[in-house]
Design a protein around this ligand. Structure first.
Ligand code: HEM
Ligand SMILES: [Cu+2]
Length: 660
């Protein structure tokens, strides 16, 4: 085996050198802390091998928040570089690497795992299920994602990061990008993509097969509905990207010519394949975000969602149209007027169902008894800011005018208005909203408020000026500019906004630590006292392992609210039966390890060890196939004891509240 040792330690600038020196210490430090506190066994048994969707959800969210920080640091470095003209803080190639890793990390390793974490944490509970349909596969999905995340981040210190943009267009990403950088991109996204596909299948089947038998399809909570439709999008488009990534990988490693300029390759094929996946991909993160707002807004407006059915149809319409718009990403790349017109019109059509949603949210607020807890604040801030993203999207959808906007900061501002207001606001709102479901206590509202205001104001201060910069002709992916360009002031303002967002995240991190130490623990499952859906009907704030001792009924959207009003609860039914539960398993963890190490060797184009790792992956599958694992039963008596204890805790809490 001839491993390219010389490529491993590459010479970047001082930041990379520092990270190269620091990373081993960080790893040793983490290992030392875990060993010192004797946590290995606990972590392995309770977390790494877990098949409990609640725990897998938390692991996804932890990774997503970590990646938000990493992607955010990338963003801050870029904003620092662009603050003044002729800046030499980052040189050109390093800037290219940073916008590439920022884009990939934010979309693939932050937004998606954030959403999947929330699916895991919430969806089985919203449908009255005991777990997902395929709990072991769920664990495998997570470890493929986590391994891929590690692999991608390794590129920063070992071998060098990709620098061809998150879109990775050929031929730049092909023959013009030697070295391991683009291979990291291809293999990390490939590995996490396989996990994503499995997650899509898992949640599609879970919602079809595991929901409470009384729950009708058109009356599922909106987060579940959007999850269902999104899971279908995942199933339809991820195979496309799997193949596309594989074609580019064999182009680069084995010398095929699918996307090359010479020898009959077709670089435009990449652009088409990429966006056939890439446009629906952004809906994979934004549709569940719409679902989150559709659950939070009614809760804090104390009304049910206006136009529930139209919301479902609008979601379906958006997802259908999302497959028919991909060419709007390259109107300027020679498609001809007829094709551009088709995609121009199909893109604008998306504004119609999206508008339906906006009006539904507004109508839900109308005459509601609104209270302004921070999840609601994020939802309210979302409506107008996202509309700016939508309106500028329609502007970009006009092929003829897009010749002006294309690849300028106008586009950068537009997609951050959709991705940050749509997805990140929703993720934060959801994190705060469902935090007690995951952790058993709330995040401190007093610390949430500065977090909210700094983030939302900082966001607008950062990205509003970029619309103007774009109209003034500032191209995206530009590492510096001249004083005579006249872009100085607006860039300064933009950077100030980015700093405000960074400061806001410090409040979030501080809050997570503070609340862990100080927040009062909640006994009731209905942590906000306003819950409308089944996740709030559980016996305790963090549900017991089996979620529901008795599978709850769901006759219509107001079942839980009506029962609360009448002083009834399905928990009053004590007719317990034995509950069947699946066992933990190490296969996912080890498959993740094999895949990651294999991906690493393939990144450095060393085939034999990569094949050995692949055999390891198959070995795990074979091991699992022959393993006899029928799960285990929690006896009815044990369920009764647990439920009695939880009931007592709830009663104590209610009494304490009535005395207060
Ligand atoms: C929250 C604060 C954020 C800031 C300050 C920020 C800033 C930036 C900057 C400065 C660029 C480079 C623009 C250029 O040179 O062309 C960029 C690109 C990008 N950002 Fe962000 N961003 C943020 C959040 C996000 C989020 C949450 C996402 C996705 C969920 C995202 C996705 C992207 C993508 C896809 C690109 C394009 C990368 C490329 O050109 O290949 N960003 N962002
Ligand atoms: Cu698109």
């Amino acid at each position: 085996m001839n491993f390219p040792w010389n490529e491993l330690l590459f010479h970047g600038n001082w930041m990379i050198t520092m990270a190269q020196i620091g990373a081993p210490f960080l790893v040793i430090g983490v290992i030392a802390v875990i060993t010192y506190f004797k946590l290995w066994k606990y972590l392995y048994k309770e977390w790494f091998t877990t098949i409990d969707h609640k725990k897998i959800g938390i692991m996804y969210l932890l990774c997503a928040i970590l990646m938000f920080v990493r992607g955010g640091i990338d963003a801050l470095l870029m904003r620092t570089q662009l603050t003044i003209p002729n800046n030499t803080f980052l040189e050109a190639n390093h800037y290219n690497e940073i916008f590439t890793t920022h884009g990939v990390i934010m979309i693939i390793f932050m937004a998606m795992p954030f959403i999947f974490g929330l699916w895991n944490a919430v969806v089985p509970l919203q449908i009255g299920a005991r777990d997902v349909a395929f709990p072991v596969m769920n664990n495998i999905s997570f470890w493929l994602f986590a391994g891929a995340m590690l692999l991608f981040n390794l590129s920063f210190i070992v071998g060098g990061s990709p620098a061809a943009g998150w879109t990775n267009y050929a031929p730049l990403a092909g023959e013009f990008s030697p070295g391991p950088g683009v291979n990291y991109y291809l293999l990390a996204i490939q590995i996490s993509g396989i996990g994503t596909l499995m997650t899509g299948i898992n949640f599609f089947v879970t919602i079809l097969r595991c929901k409470s038998p009384t729950m009708k399809f058109m009356e599922m909570p909106m987060f579940t509905v959007t999850t269902f439709i999104t899971a279908l999008i995942v199933i339809l488009i991820f195979p496309v990207f799997t193949v596309t990534l594989a074609l580019m990988t064999i182009d680069r490693i084995f010398g095929t010519q699918f996307f090359t300029v010479a020898n009959g390759g077709m670089p435009m094929l990449w652009a088409n394949f990429f966006w056939v996946w890439g446009h629906p991909e952004v809906y994979i993160v934004v549709l569940p975000a719409f679902g989150i707002f559709s659950d939070i807004i009614p809760t804090f407006a104390r009304k049910h969602l206006f136009g529930h059915k139209s919301m479902i149809w609008a979601t379906a319409a958006i997802s259908f149209l999302s497959f028919l718009v991909w060419v709007h990403h390259f109107f300027t790349m020679g498609n001809g007027a007829l094709i551009n017109s088709f995609f121009s019109i199909s893109t604008m059509l998306i504004a119609v169902p999206t508008g339906v949603k906006i009006f539904n949210w507004l109508a839900t607020l109308y005459q509601g008894r609104i209270s302004f807890e921070s999840p609601m604040l994020f939802s309210l801030a979302f409506i107008p800011t996202f509309t700016i993203g939508g309106v500028t999207g329609v502007m970009l959808a006009m092929a003829s005018t897009d010749y002006q906007y294309h690849n300028t900061y106008f586009l950068v501002a537009h997609f951050h208005y959709t991705l940050v207001c749509g997805v990140v606001f929703a993720c934060f709102a959801a994190l705060i909203f469902w935090y007690p479901k995951m952790m058993g206590y709330k995040l401190n509202e007093r610390l949430n408020k500065p977090f909210f205001w700094l983030f939302v104001i900082g966001f607008n201060v950062c990205f509003m000026p970029q619309f103007i910069l774009g109209l003034d002709g500032m191209p995206r992916r530009l590492y510096t500019y001249m004083p005579s360009d006249g872009w100085f002031m607006l860039n300064v303002i933009s950077t100030i906004g980015a700093l405000m967002m960074a400061a806001s995240v410090l409040f979030l991190v501080a809050n997570i630590i503070y609340s862990h130490l100080k927040s009062p623990r909640i006994a009731s499952g209905d942590s906000w006292g306003l819950g409308r859906t089944l996740e709030w009907s559980t016996a305790s704030s963090v549900p017991p392992v089996y979620n529901f001792a008795i599978i709850p009924d769901w006759d219509d959207l107001d079942t839980f609210v009506d029962m609360k009003k009448q002083g009834r609860h399905y928990l009053d039914n004590h007719n317990y039966k034995d509950i069947h539960m699946p066992n933990n398993t190490p296969v996912g963890f080890f498959m993740g390890i094999f895949m990651t190490i294999g991906g690493f060797f393939l990144t450095f184009e060393t085939i034999i060890p990569a094949i050995i790792c692949l055999i390891g992956v198959f070995g795990c599958m074979i091991y699992r196939s022959f393993q006899e694992d029928h799960g285990y039963y929690i006896p009815a008596s044990e369920v009764a004891a647990t439920e009695a204890k939880l009931r007592e805790a709830r009663e104590k809490e209610r009494e304490a509240a009535s005395h207060a």
